[in-house]
Design a protein around this ligand. Sequence first.
Ligand SMILES: Cc1cc2nc3c(=O)[nH]c(=O)nc-3n(C[C@H](O)[C@H](O)[C@H](O)COP(=O)(O)OP(=O)(O)OC[C@H]3O[C@@H](n4cnc5c(N)ncnc54)[C@H](O)[C@@H]3O)c2cc1C
Length: 445
Amino acid sequence: MTEKTEPRMTAPVLRPGDPGYDEERTGFQLLDPHHPELIVTAHGEQDVREAVGYARAHGHSVAVQATGHGLTSAAQDAVLISTRAMTEVSIDPVARTARIGAGATWRQVIEASAPHGLAPLSGSFPGVGAVSYTANGGIGLLARRYGFAADHVRAVELVTADGALSRRTEGDELFWAVRGGGGNFGVITAMEIGLMPVRRLYGGVLYLDLERSPDVIEEWLRWTETVPRTVTSALAMLPFPDLDGVPEPLRGKRIAQLQLALLEEPEDAERILAPLRALPGQVLDTLRELPYTESGAVFAEPGQPHAYRSANRLLSAVDPAAARSLAELSSAEQPVMCVTQLRHLGGALAEPVDNAVPHREAKYLLGVLSPVEPGQVELVRALHRDALAPFESAALGPALGFTFDELDQDTVRAGYGARYPRLAELKAAHDPENLFRHNHNIRAR
Ligand SMILES: Cc1cc2nc3c(=O)[nH]c(=O)nc-3n(C[C@H](O)[C@H](O)[C@H](O)COP(=O)(O)OP(=O)(O)OC[C@H]3O[C@@H](n4cnc5c(N)ncnc54)[C@H](O)[C@@H]3O)c2cc1C
């Protein structure tokens, strides 16, 4: 064995062929997982430092994986740092903060925060990794009330390309960059985040039969213009298969899911929801007051690892006529299943905050996601391109945190928007060799 594949490291490592290698490199996204030269199963910041130092010394790039929800492109030559064992979560109930390890999921942060009457700015699916979600901005269930998760970061502990560990706080240029710049500047070993005084919310899904409710998109769009910041919502459209195990009212139907999270008392929430309740074609309803620990019920997303690709655009406006074309994509006749989703943004998301989160002025986020069988990737990409085409005139750029595919450099630039030049300068200063490139990559100037 050459020196290159025989690292002198104290951190636990796995190589191709080792028992556990395939399990460790495979996360939630099953399409094209990383195939690294070496996996470091990090148990702490020292393991991360050692892995970065080793990668640099041996000419490898560095990939990082927590849960594997956000995998964009498989790393082949890399040292993969798996952080799934770094799940520390500690709460300071007085300061209303949490210190979270690189591998902590939102579920773990939610569970640790709840006994103190607090909640993090988590998103639709509690199994997602909290650190990467936040470093990419983070648009959560309470986004219109509190803004991006990245806006509430107090400190970041970061291993940079030189292998050094440092704590970055307000005033530091890398603190600015990692709040929106994702994993481009190093490996975040821990983050300190603000928690919100939230115990309960009113939320769930209103399911409508699209055949019987053809105006649901326009009606929801109109409704979003009337609601206060305490209301965050999305409209998803998809076909449900005619299979055992699918709830009877949904089986074999094209369904619109109104996914709703309201920081309101039940009576007030129902008053705000009245126009949606009045829509025809309702087949199921899970709306209720629920503790934040059950917040995963609001979007009711599937929890099984699978292979998927997605594309999206942040929009300054939605043309209702174009939006109607989205309903067609949820037809079972499509060559590949498409789930389209419009998220309502605005509110606190539009407040100016001095960090690297771009496109704060976006009013909606339009996404399209498909499960992918082997050999279908190009077909799916073409379908998604066609789906987004009618919206391009109002598009600000993609929301990179929600993009589960490899993007060309122009699209990546559009994703970072006006923040790109400063991010590129910081990349040149702190990672000129682009050690951290297995992400929506910022290129050094
Ligand atoms: C089902 C589902 C629901 C989602 N819901 C939301 C939502 O409601 N709101 C929202 O904003 N986003 C949402 N996302 C997007 C999600 O926040 C991003 O995909 C995020 O990057 C996932 O992080 P992860 O740790 O789970 O995934 P991973 O695949 O483990 O990480 C994603 C990438 O982040 C980088 N990375 C991971 N850990 C580190 C680290 N410690 N230091 C530096 N870089 C690192 C790496 O480049 C890695 O490839 C959702 C995604 C899915 C699949």
